[in-house]
Each structure stands twice: as structure tokens, then as C-alpha cells.
Design a protein. Structure first.
Length: 147
């Protein structure tokens, strides 16, 4: 994993985060956010995985189901955010669309992903922190903008 600070102005920073073959995407993003004390940010990216776990939130059971994709896929779109979890730690929430060799696509939450050959991310920090609060209806920690 490599990174570079692209821009800094006041309390806003923009980073390039480049993951390499074999890196586990969510672990790297979480580690980076903690290391740089990122409490609110937007994430976008492109790249590829040799294997990826997509998650789908089952509304009826109020739990995430896993869809294991054990093949080389292209990351056609990756967007997400960083906010503070109720524990105060950075919480990473990423959605993505991956494309298969035949052009079909799969989508969901990024559970985990083994990078091959690269995953190129731009992380744009917001000057205001976002806090997640446990939502009783879903059991999920959801962003609650401060007034």
C-alpha cells in the first residue's frame, strides 16, 4: 500500500491511496483512516480484485449476507465514506460494482477484496466529522449529521 497527500487546505485533505497485488482492501482502508485520523471523508476508486466478498443487507433478517466472488474482476465503480463509529473509531462503508470477463456485473457492500494488480483510491476528507449512531429499526450504525 502506498499513499500520497495530494492537497491540504485548512482541515480538508485529499489523498491518493494505491493498493497493490495481495493487499486486502478493507484492512488497508481502515488502517489508513486510523493512521491519518480521518473522521469524515468520501472514497472513490477503480482497480481489480482476484477475489472479492460482496455483502447484501437482508432487510427481513437484519443481517448482511455474503456473496463470494472467487475470480478476477474489474472494479467498475467504487464509492464510499468514512464516519466515526459509535466507538469513536473510523468506520468504512464502501459500495462497489465489479465486472466479470463476460461483461456481467455484480454489486454490493465491500466485505473484503484481494487486490490484483491494483486498486487506486482517492480519499477526500471533510472538515466536519460525521458520527454514526445505532439505529434501533435496523440494528445498523448509521450516519447522523450533527445539527
Amino acid at each position: 500500500m502506498q499513499h500520497k497527500l495530494l492537497h491540504e487546505s485548512g482541515r480538508q485533505r485529499t489523498f491518493a491511496l494505491v493498493l497493490e497485488t495481495g493487499d486486502e482492501a478493507m484492512n488497508c482502508i481502515e488502517s489508513f483512516a486510523k493512521q491519518h485520523s480521518i473522521a469524515a471523508a468520501q472514497i472513490s476508486g477503480i482497480g481489480a480484485f482476484s477475489a472479492v466478498t460482496l455483502k447484501y443487507f437482508d432487510w427481513q433478517d437484519k443481517r448482511y449476507l455474503s456473496n463470494e466472488v472467487d475470480e478476477q474482476v474489474e472494479v467498475a465503480s467504487l464509492i464510499g465514506d468514512v464516519a466515526l463509529a459509535p466507538s469513536g473509531e473510523p468506520s468504512i462503508h464502501v459500495h462497489l460494482v465489479v465486472g466479470r470477463r463476460d461483461g456481467s456485473a455484480l454489486a454490493g457492500h465491500l466485505g473484503s477484496g484481494k487486490v490484483r494488480p491494483t486498486l487506486e483510491l482517492v480519499i477526500t476528507e471533510s472538515p466536519t466529522h460525521l458520527q454514526k449512531v445505532k439505529d434501533d429499526a435496523t440494528g445498523l450504525a448509521l450516519i447522523q449529521p450533527r445539527k
